[in-house]
Ligand binder design. Structure first.
Ligand SMILES: [Zn+2]
Length: 230
């Protein structure tokens, strides 16, 4: 008898932030954001956009690109929240929430910059958000954190690898697969600068052309926004 086929759900998420943190602090990746949003609309695909609040404040026009999708929070500044003291941590999150409110937005989800959370950060987040998506799928959520978790599967630079290798990520036997993407890897930046920091990725066929091919592979799987995976 055949084993029952695993029902798989694919979540697609984008981290909207300054270019290639911490190496750069420019906003040229907005071009990549526009591009990925157009591709999503063309494929009638859904996704969640985790946006840094200070990036949003400086580039409010980006809301025109992402308005058809779920808007979530990627912190205020793109900094490691685990390194902040209690007061600073609370202030950083509150600042982000207030900026979203100014735009009439109440994000349900949060992803920490550098996906850096611990039980203290998650406890603060639980006051403001319904779910977090910062842990990796193999990480255990701290028991005292009273917030739903939609863990990350893979993404980022993985979207640049050889498509044959990338396709294998779909075969891994976990039910829910959350992919994440950085729009700045899709345009605006001189890609040579990114490649120079990722020399080892060459062994996996890493190139900018692969990003579009691998995104299209995921779009064929009918991805959902992360709030549908809670
Ligand atoms: Zn980020």
């Amino acid at each position: 008898m055949l084993a029952p086929r695993l029902i798989m759900m694919i979540g697609l998420s984008f981290d909207v932030e300054p270019d290639f943190p911490p190496y750069y602090n420019t906003n040229r990746g907005l071009e990549g954001l526009k591009k990925v949003c157009e591709i999503l609309l063309k494929h009638k695909a859904d996704a969640t956009f985790f946006i840094c609040a200070d990036f949003l404040e400086k580039n409010p026009g980006l809301l025109d690109y992402v308005k058809k999708f779920e808007i979530a929070c990627h912190g205020f500044r793109h900094i490691d929240l685990r390194k902040l003291g209690d007061m600073q941590l609370e202030g950083e999150i509150l600042e982000a929430v207030e900026i979203f409110e100014e735009f009439g937005l109440t994000p349900r989800g949060f992803r920490a910059p550098y996906a850096g959370v611990d039980s203290r950060v998650l406890t603060v987040l639980s006051k403001y958000f319904e779910y977090d998506s910062s842990l990796l799928f193999y990480q255990k959520k701290p028991e005292d954190a009273d917030i739903k978790e939609v863990p990350i599967y893979t993404g980022g630079k993985t979207f640049g690898i050889n498509p044959k290798l990338f396709n294998r990520t779909l075969d891994f036997p976990i039910e829910n697969k959350v992919y994440f993407i950085h729009p700045w890897e899709y345009g605006g930046l001189d890609f040579k600068l990114i490649e120079s920091k990722r020399k080892k990725m060459k062994l996996l066929g890493y190139s900018q052309e692969n990003y579009l091919k691998n995104l299209e592979t995921i779009l064929k799987e009918k991805p959902v926004r992360l709030s549908e995976m809670i």
